[in-house]
Ligand binder design. Structure first.
Ligand SMILES: NC(=O)c1ccc[n+]([C@@H]2O[C@H](COP(=O)([O-])OP(=O)(O)OC[C@H]3O[C@@H](n4cnc5c(N)ncnc54)[C@H](O)[C@@H]3O)[C@@H](O)[C@H]2O)c1
Length: 385
């Protein structure tokens, strides 16, 4: 293993510049050596800003380099050929590179499993850009649960909700929001784009797969402005909810939306157990943008919840209080991935296998909505998606 991992990034757009590239720059365990974007100007400006030697517009040329250890896939992730994460993640693994990939790795959970199996067969580590798992308060909350603070976890309530697209005049910025006028079937959007991180956290905290779920997709703001200015009928899932039952007992409710009055990122995770409860909120209005509260009081008349201080070890390298959450949470994610590779231990949290479980739940919520019924998990291999 080299002293420092050498990293190449595919995609130099908005999220890459605000979260991924600054994250790699902060980790003392790696060097950014190459950046690739179909738009050469974007790649060049990222290279100048983050002091990166090599610029590419063809990701295959970057992947053919022997001196790159880690590839980061940060394209848009819609189904258009060029943006789709899936072929890029497979190509990176085929080329023998550890791979960080934005969500979703694939829209069909079975292909995410295949990518995981490919990585395992080549001794490579993977990670998915589940930003909120790496918020210091969420990482600490998970350790408190694992240490028994809540006793046996019974109920998980999760939310990821904000107001990004509450106004119908807000032009859509996501390819998956563009749907032909008159389309009958609601199209999955919020449950995949916003649901994935909180579903990921729910599985991690409750430490159990789901055995069944029932879900509902909803379109609250049907008419929307397209990038070309047209005002059309969309029919996309801009709000959704499901109830899930865990294999080990207990249940969850998960609700996501991008048309609810709420601040960024609008993530909430609550766990109620046999001996206590923990509540965490990530929101721009909070001091340091996160708050964790705990209670072990069985007396409902007492003031129950008290604030929990997060130990300094849960913060990323070069942390400064009050810094914006995208860079802060992502710096934790990136550094954690670099540590997992360098330490060469069995640790690999939030990897493609974990994401395949998340994606399977998203696929099951869609099926439950379309067929208006409870859906058992795991899904049969032959399920049409
Ligand atoms: N986890 C989070 O909180 C969070 C927040 C925002 C965005 N995201 C995710 O980040 C990803 C990127 O989003 P964005 O807003 O930066 O998109 P963007 O469109 O601004 O940037 C994507 C870039 O990828 C480039 N690209 C596409 N296909 C390519 C290819 N084959 N080779 C090289 N370059 C290619 C495009 O030219 C573009 O510049 C998305 O998957 C999005 O869901 C995650």
């Amino acid at each position: 293993m080299p002293d420092k991992l050498r990293v190449g990034v595919i995609g130099a757009g908005r999220w890459s510049n605000s979260a991924h590239l600054p994250g790699f720059q902060r980790s003392p365990l790696c060097d950014l050596v190459a950046v690739c974007d179909l738009n050469e100007d974007l790649a060049k400006s990222a290279a100048a800003r983050f002091d990166i030697d090599s610029v590419y517009t063809d990701y295959q040329a970057m992947l053919s380099r022997d001196d790159i250890d880690v590839i980061d896939v940060c394209t848009r992730g819609d189904l258009s050929d060029k943006n789709n994460h899936e072929p890029l993640a497979f190509a990176a693994l085929e080329a023998g590179k550890h791979c960080l990939c934005e969500k979703p790795v694939a829209h069909d959970y079975r292909n995410t499993w295949r990518a995981h199996e490919l990585a395992v067969s080549k001794g490579l580590k993977t990670k998915v850009g589940m930003t909120f798992r790496y918020a210091p308060s969420i990482q600490y909350m998970r350790d408190l649960i694992a240490d028994g603070f809540v006793g046996e976890p019974w109920i998980f309530n999760g939310y990821e909700q904000n107001s990004q697209f509450i106004s119908p005049t807000e032009p859509v910025t996501k390819e998956d929001m563009i749907v032909e006028t008159g389309s009958k079937d609601i199209k999955v959007s919020s449950v995949e784009g916003y649901g994935a991180p909180i579903i990921d956290i729910s599985l991690w905290f409750m430490d159990s797969p789901l055995k069944s779920l029932v879900g509902l997709l909803y379109n609250f703001v049907p008419y929307r402005t397209m990038p070309n200015g047209d005002f059309i009928r969309t029919n996309i899932d801009d709000g959704d909810v499901y109830i899930g039952e865990y294999s080990n007992g207990g249940f969850c409710t998960i609700q996501t939306s991008y048309v609810t009055v709420n601040s960024y990122p609008g993530v909430e995770a609550r766990v109620y157990g046999s001996e206590g409860a923990l509540l965490c909120r990530l929101g721009a209005e909070l001091e340091n943008q996160e708050a964790l509260r705990k209670s072990t009081s069985p007396d409902a008349d007492e003031v129950e919840y008290v604030a929990v201080d997060i130990p300094p070890s849960y913060f990323p390298p070069a942390y400064t209080p009050g810094e914006p959450w995208p860079a802060m949470f992502y710096a934790n994610l990136v550094h954690n991935f670099m540590e997992e590779i360098v330490n060469d231990s069995g640790e690999n949290q939030g990897n493609f296998a974990q994401n395949a479980q998340v994606q399977e739940i998203i696929n099951a919520v869609e099926l439950s909505h379309r067929e208006r019924r409870w859906v058992d998990l795991p899904l049969p291999e032959s399920t049409p998606l």
